[in-house]
Design a protein around this ligand. Structure first.
Ligand code: SAH
Length: 344
């Protein structure tokens, strides 16, 4: 029989199981503290428990862990990219970035991705499986331990579509923000989606204070469908309606991600059309000069087009930023994370 994945349990679930197996109540807070506040990787590290109790826990539960298969450090900005391997051999990448305000980690939510966006390396190699809440926590804990840091911000922008792994991602968010655990503020978490409409409504109902990023990348359905298969399932009207409902419900501004691809979506007309479509939605536009990946021949927009695009957005009254690219020398930028085939 397989052992219970103990770090995926929330406090009440742990309490119920401990109660069932006859463990005293105070053990719950001890063990939860080791798992979620201290982030240990084995029962042996739980030094305030007797050897006998540790053995009992070991026989009933497992603490999922991951190995660092490879670690690359950017010589430009110190960004660190990890290739982690889970117990079943599958691998994902995570990236730690240093900002003025502290450390931020970009984590993966699935092994591979089903969404198939043509400009994104995560789609290459297809989809393998969802990550469990404990595996997502593991990305955070393993990086923190290795670098001897505490991260203050988390972005769910690595490999995978977070809203396609909805329950596990929500559980992860609740665990990592728990004040008895890592106590990371929900306001310091960003979740990025390619636009799964029903799930955006569902997330709105949770009324979380996180930042929702929506990968738009186009001003209309025709262009969007060329690069993002998900655009054939949900058109932009439906998507933007869901976004509007999201902001109405949460009062949180949405960040629309827009990868600027030379000659595809970066003209002044494209900018005007984008602004028309986004009018009335509480939002922020984040432009990302597309990061080039070796399997595709998309090129970054040039500086001139970027500038003109920005000025249209500003003129139309939108908050617009151009995303700073970190870790480009180690292929750690947006859309460059993948499974083990990644080489620099
Ligand atoms: N599946 C989610 C989470 C991935 S986040 C989503 O689609 O939002 C990764 C972000 O990087 C997304 O906004 C994605 O569209 C963007 N991206 C993918 N490939 C890119 C590339 N080559 N250059 C710049 N951004 C890219």
């Amino acid at each position: 029989m397989s052992k219970t994945d103990i770090r995926s349990l929330d406090y009440r679930e742990l309490e119920a199981i401990f109660n069932n197996i006859g463990l005293k109540r105070f053990r719950v807070s001890q063990v939860y503290d080791w798992l979620h506040e201290k982030g240990v990787m084995s029962f042996d590290e739980m030094t305030n428990l007797s050897k006998q109790l540790r053995q009992q826990l070991e026989s009933e539960f497992e603490i999922k862990s991951c190995k660092i298969l490879r670690k690359l450090v950017s010589s430009i900005d110190g960004t660190v990219k990890y290739l982690f391997q889970f117990d079943d051999g599958s691998t994902v990448e995570s990236v730690v970035m240093k900002y003025k305000y502290g450390y931020s980690i970009c984590i993966s939510t699935q092994v591979g991705c089903k969404m198939g966006c043509s400009f994104c390396a995560s789609a290459i190699g297809g989809f393998q499986r969802n990550l469990t809440p404990s595996e997502m926590l593991c990305e955070v804990f393993t990086a923190q331990r290795d670098l001897n840091i505490k991260v203050s911000h988390i972005v769910l922008m690595g490999t995978g579509e977070p809203l396609d792994n909805y329950e596990n991602v929500l559980k992860f968010l609740r665990l990592v923000t728990d004040e008895k655990g890592q106590n990371i503020s929900m306001r310091h978490i960003s979740l990025s989606t390619c636009g799964l409409v029903e799930k955006i409504y569902k997330l709105a109902d949770e009324n979380l204070q996180l930042t929702l990023s929506v990968s738009l990348h186009a001003p209309n359905d025709e262009i969007r469908q060329k690069t993002m298969p998900v655009a054939k399932k949900y058109n932009m009207d439906e998507l933007l309606k869901a976004c509007k409902a999201y902001t109405d419900k949460t009062s949180r501004r949405i960040s629309f991600e827009y990868a600027m691809i030379k000659g595809v979506n970066d003209s002044v007309d494209n900018a005007e059309e984008l602004c028309r479509r986004l009018r009335g939605i509480l939002c922020h536009i984040n432009l990302i000069p597309v990061n080039e990946i070796k399997e595709r021949d998309y090129k970054k927009s040039d500086a001139e087009s970027l500038k003109s695009f920005v000025s249209v957005c500003e003129k139309r009254g939108f908050a617009v930023t151009v995303r700073r690219t970190l870790g480009s020398d180690i292929n750690a930028s947006c859309g460059q994370l993948r499974q083990s085939t990644g080489t620099v």
